[in-house]
Ligand binder design. Structure first.
Ligand SMILES: Nc1ncnc2c1ncn2[C@@H]1O[C@H](COP(=O)(O)OP(=O)(O)OP(=O)(O)O)[C@@H](O)[C@H]1O
Ligand SMILES: [Mg+2]
Length: 266
């Protein structure tokens, strides 16, 4: 669907080359140039994104913050090839999307949920489980391999969903508010395990969050969007060594800068 008056430009769908469920995928980045997207609804066109230009280098962690409805999920769907822009171009390596809700299969064990992308890629059940198992130990899930999702806490389910996203073997991870449903303490833990997992298994990450502190703690760069239609109003580098803590002066400064940009954008 194309916005009236917008110039459609040819873009390439994300390729499936580089998909390697058996090991680390070839690095790939993300490039959006002048991306505009509007939804056609019964009430007319709803512009979601306005001329967004955003480049993420291979293995860079880029956080996107912005008010509700400013087009963040739309941005991730464009990167994953689930939508096409009305104008502008989107180039991205093969991407795996992690939704805000964990969407685990209730009838499968935690280990089999995590191993699902490998099974879909044709890996045998035994081999897929063996590949997923080390991540359970790594992320504090050892002993819960055979548990069903209903037997896990919200934070544990997010970890299983993250392992599943990682095991899709794609160089680009599009994370849509992965920790929004967690309480503050669990959320801080979740940020720590995500940072640890990405240090061990670097990927190009586009992390959408409402939480500017989470963005500053996790990302190399924080991109601030305006209210709908989302425009880039600030790009803030995070010059802090890792591991980070939310009280580090550099993290506090980035958080403040992002909050000011959010206010100015509105
Ligand atoms: N499928 C759709 N059809 C019509 N309008 C849509 C559709 N998806 C999103 N929109 C509209 O586009 C705008 C951007 O939506 P999007 O979900 O990308 O925002 P968001 O920044 O992810 O919001 P939130 O922070 O609440 O998750 C919103 O105004 C929304 O109503
Ligand atoms: Mg959203």
């Amino acid at each position: 669907m194309r916005a009236k008056g917008a110039t459609p430009l040819i873009d390439e769908p994300p390729s499936t080359a580089g998909l390697d469920p058996a090991g680390a995928p070839a690095p790939a980045g993300i490039g959006l140039d002048g991306v505009t997207r509007a939804y056609r609804t019964a009430r007319g066109l709803v512009p979601a994104l306005d001329a967004v230009t955003l480049h993420v280098a291979p293995a860079e962690i880029c956080a996107v913050v912005g008010p509700s409805g400013c087009g963040k999920s739309t941005l991730l769907e464009l990167v994953c090839g689930l939508q096409r822009p009305d104008a502008g171009t989107v180039r991205a390596g093969p991407a795996a999307l992690m939704f805000q809700r964990d969407l685990l299969l209730p009838w499968r064990t935690a280990l089999d949920n995590a191993a699902l992308p490998l099974r879909i890629a044709g890996v045998s059940a035994a081999a897929a489980r063996e590949q997923a198992r080390p991540w359970f130990a790594e992320l504090g899930l050892a002993g819960f391999e055979q548990a069903r999702p209903r037997e896990l806490s919200g934070g544990m389910r997010q970890r299983v969903a993250f392992v599943r996203t990682l095991l899709a073997g794609r160089p680009v991870l599009a994370l849509d508010e992965p920790f929004a449903a967690l309480d503050a303490l669990t959320r801080a833990e979740a940020q720590a395990w995500l940072a640890g997992a990405l240090a061990q298994e670097p990927r190009t990450v586009l992390l959408v969050t409402h939480d500017v502190e989470e963005a500053a703690v996790l990302a190399d760069r924080v991109v601030v969007l305006s209210p709908r239609p989302g425009r880039v109003v600030a790009e803030i580098a995070v010059p802090a060594p890792r591991p980070r803590h939310r009280t580090d002066p550099a993290i506090v400064a980035v958080r403040e800068h992002a909050l000011v940009a959010l206010g100015a954008g509105a």
